[in-house]
Design a protein around this ligand. Structure first.
Ligand code: BG6
Length: 472
């Protein structure tokens, strides 16, 4: 009986209803006030329309944007700190005072408005100078530079920030190495550099876990890991096993190292077979032994169904995955960019991760629906996003009832921002920003229908969520 009494029914009162963004995708001002260029800024210059020099100009709209967060009722806000705003070259002798001051303003404003800051230390924006100096994460010096940068963040903001995220989507950076500035025409060489970068990021993260526990004993720290629900189209064991490899490569290798401090043996075996040696040093062992995550951040977007296809070209560099082909389930709705609408897939993901790490709290650090959107008389009627929020939040509550310890939900994104590959064409925000890929227009903010819907959800701590909203 007492066991039954302890079953969770609803969102806890201290549940952190949040929203998410990242620095280069919202801030703009990419060379202002002493900021240095990051790899993301360089990609933006190359692409001609991913305009990080302005993005949605959050840098100059800080007060206005935080007032909107307050009006929305946010309990938390997940943002990232731009390394090159703090250290323009990644490892300068002194930090840039303007950059340090900007995040003091941001964090203080959040606290003053009762919003819990959730700070990501590194979200896709490695200082370009570190790539130029020594090939960035592929070199061990990057570990020290990341730890030094993080130490400064802990010293500056540690009394106000209780939740820290180390690295956003580590596995993506390894599988798409140009995201961290790594390039080579020799694919074997590129793979080796990416695996070295992988190791260095793990080591830096373990060191920073330890540092956080030493300097900020009341704070919690973890990684933000991509978890896509990957299901096999076929019931054949070979495809199911392939699904497991995909899950391991995208999520579980990263989670296992962060939580258990161990590299899974199937991963080490694969490296060995491919003739790649990790750049281990004897002193690293003690970092991995103690440097462990306090919670897991999950970036979840959709369910993908895939099948084995010998002639499809795998996009996964790490080679763990054989040739795969994605299949769009006609019964599921998809975004224009192929992401499915599958709330049960989120429930499944939460169960999978909880089963593997039952003692760890989970924080949903990203989850969102993208659309091409245009103002209609000053309004955005984003019905599908409203339905997306309702149906996914419903499944989060179901997972809580199942016993999964979920502490926070931070949909992607608080405000429209630059999508990594599609700029302003692909919008995720609860707040619309009036600009497009080629013109900044007035950058005026408009609250979408989803803003009002989510505001209501937060106000009622999720009690107004329906099992399913069917109509559009
Ligand atoms: C996640 C990233 O991978 O996906 C975000 O952490 C990104 O930075 C989001 O914006 C959506 O991807 P995209 O390509 O649509 O911007």
């Amino acid at each position: 009986m007492s066991v039954l009494n302890s079953l969770k029914e609803d969102f806890p009162n201290n549940f952190l209803w949040g929203a998410s963004t990242s620095a280069f995708q919202v801030e703009g001002a990419s060379t202002e006030d002493g900021k240095g260029l990051s790899v993301a800024d360089i990609r933006s210059i190359d692409s001609k329309f991913l305009d990080t020099s302005v993005s949605v100009d959050h840098y100059h709209h800080l007060e206005e944007d935080i007032a909107l967060m307050k009006e929305l009722g946010l309990k938390s806000y997940r943002f990232s700190i731009s390394w090159t705003r703090i250290f323009p070259n990644g490892n300068d002798q002194y930090p840039n005072p303007h950059g340090v001051a900007f995040y003091h303003r941001l964090i203080t404003l959040l606290k003053d408005n009762g919003i819990e800051p959730i700070a990501t230390i590194f979200h896709f924006d490695l200082p370009q100078s570190l790539v130029d100096q020594y090939n960035g994460w592929a070199d061990r010096r990057c570990v020290d530079d990341y730890v030094r940068y993080t130490k400064l963040l802990f010293e500056e903001y540690g009394d106000m920030v209780n939740y820290w995220l180390t690295i956003n989507e580590h596995s993506l950076l390894v599988n798409v190495p140009n995201m961290i500035g790594l390039k080579s025409d020799d694919s074997k060489k590129l793979r080796e550099m990416a695996e070295h970068a992988n190791y260095h990021m793990f080591l830096a993260q373990a060191k920073v876990f330890n540092l956080c526990h030493d300097l900020l004993p009341n704070a919690m720290i973890g990684p933000a890991v991509s978890y896509m629900t990957n299901l096999a189209y076929n019931h054949k064991s070979s495809d199911v096993l392939l699904g497991k490899s995909l899950e391991d490569t995208v999520s579980f290798i990263t989670m296992d190292v962060a939580v258990r401090g161990e590299f899974p043996t199937y991963y080490l075996r694969k490296l060995n077979e491919d003739g790649i040696n990790l750049p281990l040093q004897p002193e690293d062992e003690k970092e991995f032994k103690t440097g462990r995550a306090d919670f897991l951040g999950l970036n979840w977007y959709c369910t993908s169904i895939f099948r084995h296809n010998e002639i499809a070209t795998s996009k996964m560099l790490s080679g763990v995955i054989a040739q795969i082909e994605r299949y769009e389930d006609p019964e599921l709705q998809h975004t224009e960019w192929g992401f499915s609408f599958d709330p049960l897939g989120l429930r499944y993901a939460l169960q999978r991760v909880h089963d593997r790490f039952p003692h760890l709290p989970l924080m949903i650090t990203e989850c969102g629906w993208s659309e091409r959107e245009h103002l209609e008389n000053g309004k955005i009627h984003d019905h599908t996003r409203v339905r997306f929020l309702n149906d996914h939040i419903y499944q989060i509550r179901e997972a809580i009832r199942d016993g999964v310890n979920i502490i926070s939900f931070n949909p992607w994104s608080f405000i429209d921002l630059l999508s990594v590959n599609d700029g302003m064409d692909k919008r995720y925000g609860l707040v619309y920003v009036d600009r497009d890929n080629f013109s900044e227009k007035r950058l005026k903010r408009y609250k979408k229908d989803s803003f009002y819907f989510y505001q209501n959800v937060i106000e009622q701590n999720g009690s107004n969520i329906q099992s399913e909203i069917t109509s559009n």
